[in-house]
Structure formats: structure tokens, C-alpha cells
Design a protein around this ligand. Structure first.
Ligand SMILES: C[S@@+](CC[C@H](N)C(=O)[O-])C[C@H]1O[C@@H](n2cnc3c(N)ncnc32)[C@H](O)[C@@H]1O
Length: 432
């Protein structure tokens, strides 16, 4: 595995799955280097989030995240297991005097606390902060208006010492949430307020410290860390998140280059004229170049791409999805998901999906003559055309829109955005 573009600094933004990114950082000498790691990952609320794209003037949804959201909602064990793996690596990355700050909510928080206790040790639990939204409950109609989120603080070892002069209480009620963000609002659905992150950084680190945010979303932590003179490494597996973070950092005059972990060309995968691999990282242009270097223009067979356990593609084309969150009546919807055009393909990002289709056209054949130049061109052209979006066509009607995605699936989209709510959410309903 390699980091592209080349990586030689301790500030940086990564695009991709944070498990691989953290594992790679560990290999590259970052073990024991972080003073603080902040986890603000998915809450498993069942919500499918969309984000507004400035360029397209449209809300867009990442199909793979959407699918994973749904899978986890029905299989909370998978969700918790995903976290366990990431908490374990994060612990390795922390310095002895380092601290993990884990942001969660009431639905999963108690289960995740048990996992944190197991990984860090119960005695390393420093405390729980209830962030009580200064601007009131989020779901007004609910039995219990949702009014708080939770932060768990875990020290890596006894070596952790309190940093801030001030002793903060365990209920923070002076920080407003989404509606309160005003100028700092990027409209990224799950953006956290700068003030919250400032406080976390103040409590847990000193100037010059290296901090990590591996679910960075709109980039609040990198931005605030930069302002507070902390070094930072951040990641997200959503293109929109990364674009938003880059844009936000540019307001401080920082040109963040975006790094990715990609599979190196591995000669061991090549036998005769077949390249066969099983890996969590999609087959890349980089590998293809390696193959071409090795074999010239000789036609070869490329097998597999059965590479991620994060997305389990089952036979059905949609799942029944129920909202059981406070404030919502229990409503079932058919939610569509992308399906492969053949067997055994598992894809972790829309880009890779497009890429795969462009490369191979007919995936049943498993025997391809690769024209690298043409393929690169087609990938570039398509990316330009799709602009990272998976929706190919939209038709607008009075009360709804019909979307056709790049796989030919059709959706009816209803706007859920309400007056006065500045976050964007949509429920996708399968049509036909
Ligand atoms: C709650 S949001 C983070 C919001 C962020 N703190 C902010 O202020 O904008 C969670 C983020 O985690 C990202 N994410 C979820 N699973 C991930 C994974 N396995 N690797 C990297 N990022 C992930 C999502 O794309 C999303 O942007």
C-alpha cells in the first residue's frame, strides 16, 4: 500500500476509509504520536444524509454510505464491530499521555461505552460530557425532544494530565447546534460547532500537539486545530466532506492536498498472465500502470476485485427501511441501493464503481484487454461529467423529483427540508 500523493508532513487530509488510513499511519511511524483523537462518526440513527453541492446546485447522496447506513441500522452488531476495529487502532496511534474523545448519541452510546471500556480499560474512562444543545430540542414533535449528544473521554494511560486551567463541568449547555452556526455553517449535514471543538482541544492538548479526526466531515476540527496552532491529520470517506473541508481550510490560506491510500502494484498477484487479488482496496490505476510496466501491451486477465467487507451486496435490490426515531411516525419505505452487474463484485466508493464499469463494460466475461490510455481518458471524462455525483438525470415535478442514477435506478425524492432548518435531509423512495 502507498499513500498518494506522496506524504511527508504531519498535517494532512485523507480521503478513504479511516480503518485503512489509521492502519497505514501506524505502519508509517505514527504509532504513539497523537495527543488527542476525536471520533465523531455515524450515530446509527437511521437517517440517510445528503449534502448540497455548490457546483451542481443540488443535493447529492453517496450511494455506498447510504447503503452502509441502512445495513448498520438493521445490524447494529456490524456497526459496533466497525467501531471496535477503529477504536483499537486509534488507541495504538495515541501517545501514552494521549486521549480519545468519542462523540456519540443516546441510541448507540451505551453499547459503544462498553466497547471503549473493553479496549481502553474501565479505569481509563475520564468522564462523560453531555452537550445539551443551547438552542433547544431538535425534534419538536417527539415524546422526548432530542436535546443532547454525548462525549466520552478516555485516557490512553495514567500518564494523561489535565491541560486546561479551567475545570469544565460535565454538562455543556452554552453551545448551540446546527441552527445556531450562522456564518460558520457549511451546510454539511452533521457539522459540529467550532466552539465545541475549541473546548475539546483546549481541554485535551497544548499548542504544537498532533491531533487526529478520522471522521472529519466538513473539517471543523482541522480548521479549529489550525487556528489553535495544533498539528492535525484528518480523514473522511465522503467526497463531499473532503471538498467541504478543503474549501474551509482555504479560508485560512491553507491549500490542503488530499491523500489516499491505494494498493501498490503487487507482483505476487501476477501468475502467468493473470492478475488475481483479494484486498480491501479497489484495483487502481496505479496497479494497472504496474501491470503495464511489467507486461507491456500483452493482454492479461484480471480477476476478482472482491475487496471490501464493508459492503455486503445481497441479492435483493432494495430493503425495507423504517424510521423509528423520535418525532417520526413509524414509516416503511423501500430504499434502493446500487447492485452489481455481475457476481462477486464489492465496491466501496462510487468512483470505483464507475471506474469498474468503464474499464470492463461486460463484467461477466472476466477477460479484458486493457487499454490504459483510453481508460484513463474515459475515467477523466466521466468524472468531469458526473462531478462526483451518482445521479445522472433529474426531472422536476411539482411536489417531487425523479432521479435516475448512474446504474439506471429510478427514485422519487421528496424534500424533507423544513422552514428554519438549515440542514439537508432526504428520504429516497424506490419507484417501480
Ligand atoms: C458526524 S459526521 C462528522 C462531522 C464533523 N465532525 C464536522 O464537524 O463536520 C461523520 C463523518 O464520518 C464519515 N465517515 C463515516 N464512516 C467513515 C469511515 N469508515 N471512514 C472515514 N469517514 C467515515 C462520514 O462521511 C461523515 O462525514
Amino acid at each position: 500500500m502507498v499513500i498518494q500523493p506522496e506524504w511527508s508532513s504531519s498535517c494532512g487530509l485523507f480521503y478513504g476509509d479511516n480503518l485503512l488510513i489509521m492502519q497505514e499511519l501506524k505502519k508509517q511511524g505514527y504509532e504513539g504520536q497523537f495527543s488527542m483523537i476525536y471520533f465523531d462518526g455515524p450515530f446509527n440513527s437511521g437517517w440517510v444524509f445528503s449534502s448540497y453541492s455548490e457546483e451542481l446546485k443540488e443535493e447529492i447522496v453517496d450511494p455506498w454510505n447510504e447503503w452502509k447506513t441502512i445495513r448498520n441500522f438493521f445490524n447494529p452488531g456490524d456497526y459496533r464491530n466497525d467501531y471496535r476495529k477503529r477504536i483499537e487502532v486509534a488507541k495504538h496511534l495515541l501517545a501514552d499521555e494521549g486521549i480519545l474523545v468519542f462523540h456519540t448519541s443516546q441510541k448507540e452510546g451505551h453499547y459503544l461505552k462498553v466497547i471503549l471500556d473493553e479496549v481502553f480499560g474501565e479505569r481509563q474512562f475520564l468522564g462523560e460530557v453531555v452537550w445539551k444543545f443551547a438552542n433547544g430540542p431538535v425534534y419538536q414533535k417527539a415524546q422526548f425532544g432530542l436535546n443532547h449528544e454525548t462525549l466520552f473521554f478516555y485516557a490512553k494511560s495514567e500518564a494523561f494530565t489535565k491541560k486546561a486551567e479551567k475545570c469544565y463541568s460535565s454538562v455543556w449547555d452554552d453551545i448551540g447546534t446546527y441552527d445556531d452556526m450562522q456564518a460558520e455553517n457549511t451546510y454539511y449535514a452533521t457539522q459540529k460547532p467550532e466552539k465545541l471543538i475549541e473546548r475539546i482541544l483546549d481541554m485535551t492538548t497544548e499548542a504544537g500537539a498532533l491531533v487526529g479526526d478520522f471522521y472529519c466531515g466538513s473539517g471543523t476540527l482541522p480548521l479549529v486545530a489550525q487556528k489553535m496552532n495544533r498539528r492535525w491529520i484528518a480523514s473522511d470517506n465522503s467526497r463531499i466532506a473532503i471538498q467541504t473541508a478543503v474549501k474551509r481550510l482555504s479560508t485560512l490560506g491553507i491549500e490542503a492536498s488530499v491523500h489516499q491510500i491505494i494498493e501498490d502494484f503487487n507482483l505476487e498477484y501476477l501468475q502467468e498472465k493473470e492478475y488475481t487479488k483479494r484486498s480491501e482496496i479497489p484495483f487502481s490505476l496505479y496497479e494497472l500502470k504496474g501491470l503495464k510496466r511489467e507486461l507491456g501491451d500483452v493482454p492479461i486477465k484480471i480477476n476478482a476485485f472482491d475487496y471490501t467487507d464493508d459492503i455486503d451486496l445481497i441479492g435483493d435490490h432494495s430493503v425495507v427501511y423504517q424510521f423509528i426515531m423520535p418525532g417520526r411516525s413509524c414509516k416503511s419505505s423501500r430504499v434502493p441501493r446500487p447492485v452489481p452487474a455481475g457476481d462477486g463484485l464489492r465496491v466501496s466508493a462510487p468512483f470505483e464503481w464507475i471506474y469498474f464499469h468503464l474499464k470492463h463494460g461486460k463484467i461477466e466475461e472476466y477477460n479484458y484487454h486493457v487499454d490504459q490510455g483510453e481508460m484513463e481518458d474515459r475515467v477523466k471524462r466521466s468524472l468531469l461529467r458526473l462531478n462526483g455525483n451518482w445521479i445522472k438525470e433529474k426531472k422536476r415535478y411539482d411536489h417531487y423529483e425523479r432521479w435516475i442514477d448512474i446504474f439506471g435506478h429510478s427514485y422519487v425524492v421528496r424534500k424533507e427540508r423544513k422552514e428554519g432548518e438549515n440542514w439537508a435531509r432526504q428520504l429516497l423512495l424506490l419507484e417501480g
